[in-house]
Ligand binder design. Sequence first.
Ligand SMILES: *Cc1c(COP(=O)(O)O)cnc(C)c1O
Length: 668
Amino acid sequence: MSSPATSASSDTESLSTQPPTVMSLAPSHNALVADRVAQKSWTIEDSEKLYRIQGWGEPYFSINAAGHVTVSPKGDRGGSLDLYELVESLKQRNLALPLLIRFSDILEDRIDRLNSCFARAIARYSYKNVYRGVFPVKCNQHRQLIQDLVRFGQPHHFGLEAGSKPELMIALATLNTPGALLICNGYKDREYIETAILAQRLGQTSVIVLEQIEEVELAIAASIALGIKPVLGVRAKLTTKGVGRWGGSTGDRAKFGLTIPEIIRAVGELEKAGMLDCLQLLHFHIGSQISSISVIKDAIREASHIYVELAKLGANMNYLDVGGGLGVDYDGSKTNFHASKNYNMQNYANDVVAGVKDACDERKIPVPIIISESGRAIASHQSVLVFDVLGTSDVPRELPEPVDENAHQIPRNLYEIYQSITPENYQEVYHDAIQFKEEAVSLFNLGYLGITERAKTEQLYWACCDKIQAIARQKEYVSEDLEDLEKVMASIYYINLSVFQSVPDSWAINQLFPIMPINRLNEEPTERGILADLTCDSDGKIDQFIDLRDVKSVLELHTLKPGDPYYLALFLGGAYQEIMGNLHNLFGDANTVHIQLTPSGYHIEHVVKGDTMKEVLSYVQYDAESLVESIRRQTEAALQQNKITLSEAQLLLQNYERSLGKYTYLQS
Ligand SMILES: *Cc1c(COP(=O)(O)O)cnc(C)c1O
């Protein structure tokens, strides 16, 4: 996390750790089939369809004629750059992979889009008030991003939402847009509340949202002590059922918010203190990534009625804050699947505006300023995580040699099976092959089959699978047991990344993100792989991928060409992933660059170098100098005992000291 200035000297030497080697592939059935198919010539349209880039990527990501991913950071407003070429040129500037590339123009476009959707809805329903969005800082707290956000939000009076004391510190110091809201959520103590009230004196429109009943008393006391009237809100626990992963954010047992009886009690306490006029906002949040529009409509209906009732009770109601939940279409299917959503941003804005208006008109209450706290929908698209593949490991796919007559019965049987596989019997013989393989293991364990024969058996088994798979892939439909074959035969692609650090939600909650190669998209991806990361944790892998229907267990990838870089990118990970990432195995933050489109190309706004080894070691209380000292002492002792030569000792110390200042990832 050092500044670009101090880390200008960069990491040009490679580490002593060797990446896994690329296993050479003997020509297999799949490769042969692939060759034939390749002649039919794979097009970028085929890649578009395969990786569903239009579904999740429009209008920012697409594929160009060179077979590279292109980024159009301004959306429909023109201008684009070739992501592969960008990565190549960043590498030449000593910015090693993995690289997190932020496109500030995308962030701006998202803010503009959300605001124009609400503006359109307001015009369409002749809504007699305005929309004032806020960005929930918890989605991505990085300074440059928050600063950009505030700047881009200025024309829309876009504000910030803080969910904790440290986030309030950020929001208070950064927000400088007159009229923008500073929404104060989360657990609060006296100091939090005082700070939020005093912020008014700086010209901030800070609203303290009471989330726990105890906070009512705290707010009253702080206000009396300071002699300043706060703007207060209440967060309601709605009965409307949330759905999916964050379904538990609503209902009586939700972690935050006041129940209806508690809201009534809060109104009573405020009234008694002569502060009912301070209560101006109603807030709810029914969870993130709401995939179904009907859930949103239900919540709006319930919340609007609570709003109207509070106005009737004499509160000075002025704001309705509909929280987050606006979803992102990670798989591009436009469905209510958890990785998708069955509505677009305009539908969302329309339903919010229309729902609130209906409830207010019915009871002749003036319509409120509408606030949304959309985080995911604003921050997800702006960053792209690019990483390289270090090598692959494949199941053996060699064509088998004939088995002679004196060989053991099992390899002989398997060879016969191998030869007999046809498009008619492939499914049936698949089960025979499995059975023989299992039998071989039993016989081996009993001492009736030697290790060479067992090896032969396994080779034949994989050869059968390879042949069967080649046939299965030509079929329109295959049964479930054969679908498993894809998973069994999948290659492992070793990626230069830590899932725990960079995509924690993939590991923690099985969230799906679009992942695809950024080059060679004009070539057919003939392999099927899963991704294994650098950590020595078997959970450090990605083996679920977006698909039109449900989820894919393997990703279509290209064979590696020695000496040719092959880059993969993970998209839509700009919300939540960065801050929730952890230091498992001590892989640190990735190098981050901020890119802005210019008329003649692009401009690198900021470079935030990823953690060095020294930095991650210091997080766990190791001091680099003491570590070096320990190695120095050990080498000295080894020298004394003639266990190491002087030049070996020198090399060891040199590598050790140099590594400390370097990136935690492998250098290819
Ligand atoms: C997390 C959170 C948000 C952001 O939700 P998204 O679904 O990312 O838009 C908004 N408001 C509150 C109170 C939250 O806790």
